[in-house]
Design a protein around this ligand. Structure first.
Ligand code: FES
Ligand code: FE2
Length: 431
């Protein structure tokens, strides 16, 4: 597998189905992508108070994000340093300590080992409390509350990595008069589908299918936002933001349309909070943003992609709310979200049926390529190297694979992952 040429399997206009269906490829993706670049962890509004925690995963590695008694945020490997059980099973909550369920080793929220079960059975000096703390992931950072982390000491800086995506995160958060949002406080749900994780990555910014798969939903949405009727022909674009990140504009309102869409008092409150330019950017732009490899920001929610196996993926959906916005505005966001994306919504569930069908299709032979060549020849590149195309074309599906090919060509050793994955190295040596 290490000899494979990723340029042959992943090309500018198509991917080989091996990328979506070969279990060895999936293992390599965990090492070279999920353990080597920045991945999304959580939003800081999910752990607002001392003692709050959230468990999640970096690839397959269980982690727990905590806010300790000193209000410091810690990102810890959720693995007891005695015999390896996860120390916390709940997805979120508030605790003073984590007590391992096996032999009651007890850890503080900053990871420190505070005590062990039946301590008199240990001889003097047998336990090095310092060394047996929960392992910390040192490299985590955040932008406007969105927390990302990497296991790799050699990954590029977070600031450089998040780069062009910042502008869109600003548009999103500035829709709140306080500039703050909550993520998940108004609802979370999980969806599992029988397909590769990259199908959701590509599908989070899919403009080509909307007029067809979601035709009924669009007809209903057009009652509130009339320009949706003409979705395939809207003068909006999709952009490759670099480092695998990308965005599709769904629609962009004119100033006149802003006043039709939003209550006047709400527009005024944003203008006085942020100034006219920032407020108008937030009010005018509707988009889906992907930050490679596991994060998407959509109009009403954050979507987190969790790869489980080559043909198994879990997607967690965290509804977002605007802190300080009128109550009716946030209620409207819940209703509009439910309408399209909810578990019984008009749009989202249809996508997951298609994702299952795509993976089923990979089992057939004869056609070995997954195409995303639509609009390749007419794609434009600006002076900063940002590629763009009309939003129903496939610039945004091609975008992740420039970074994918780069990362997949760098071994875990070069990424200095051995600190976190000692067993992976041993297994390799034993083969
Ligand atoms: S495995 Fe955690 S205390 Fe033994
Ligand atoms: Fe869709």
């Amino acid at each position: 597998m290490a000899q494979l040429s990723f340029d042959a399997l992943s090309q500018a206009e198509a991917n080989h189905i091996e990328l979506y269906s070969n279990p060895e490829m999936f293992e390599l993706e965990l090492e070279r992508i999920f353990y080597s670049t920045w991945v999304y962890i959580a939003h800081d509004s999910e752990i607002p108070d001392a003692g709050d925690f959230k468990t999640t995963f970096v690839g397959r590695v269980p982690v727990v994000l905590t806010r300790d008694a000193d209000n410091q945020v810690n990102l810890l490997i959720n693995r007891c340093t005695h015999r390896g059980s996860t120390v916390c099973a709940e997805e979120r909550g508030n605790r003073q300590q984590f007590v391992c369920p096996y032999h009651a080793w007890t850890f503080d929220l900053d990871g420190g080992l505070d005590g062990v079960g039946l301590p008199s059975g240990y001889n003097e000096g047998e336990i090095d409390y310092q060394a047996l703390s929960l392992q910390k992931i040192a490299r985590w950072d955040s932008y406007r509350g969105f927390i990302f982390a990497t296991l790799s000491p050699t990954a590029r800086s977070f600031d450089e990595h998040i780069g062009e995506a910042k502008k869109y995160i600003d548009y999103y958060c500035d829709l709140s008069p306080t500039g703050k949002i909550t993520v998940g406080a108004t609802g979370i749900y999980k969806q599992k589908y029988e397909g590769n994780w990259k199908i959701q990555l590509e599908g989070s910014v899919e403009g080509y299918h909307v007029w067809h798969t979601h035709k009924n939903a669009i007809d209903v949405m057009a009652r509130d936002v009339p320009l949706m009727k003409d979705y395939p022909r809207l003068p909006v674009k999709a952009y490759d933001l670099g480092y695998g990140h990308n965005i599709i504009e769904n629609y962009t309102l004119t100033e006149e349309q802003v006043h039709q869409r939003w209550p006047e008092g709400f527009v005024d409150s944003l203008v006085s909070a942020h100034g006219r330019e920032r407020a108008m950017n937030a009010l005018r732009h509707r988009f889906n943003l992907v930050i490679f490899p596991n994060f998407a920001l959509l109009e009403y929610h954050v979507r987190v992609i969790r790869p489980l196996a080559v043909d198994q993926t879990e997607v967690r959906t965290y509804h977002t709310s605007l802190v300080g916005a009128p109550e009716e505005m946030n209620i409207r966001r819940v209703r509009e979200h439910e309408f399209f994306y909810g578990p019984a919504g008009f749009g989202g569930p249809d996508d997951y049926v298609i994702f299952d069908r795509i993976q089923r299709g990979y089992r057939a032979w004869g056609s070995e390529w997954v195409l995303f060549n639509r609009g390749y020849k007419s794609e434009q590149t600006d002076e900063n190297g940002i590629r763009s195309g009309q939003h129903t074309q496939e610039t945004q599906q091609r975008a992740p694979y420039y970074e994918y090919r780069r990362l997949m060509s760098i071994s875990g050793e070069e990424n200095a992952l051995s600190e976190f994955l000692p067993l992976a190295g041993q297994q390799e040596a034993a083969k």
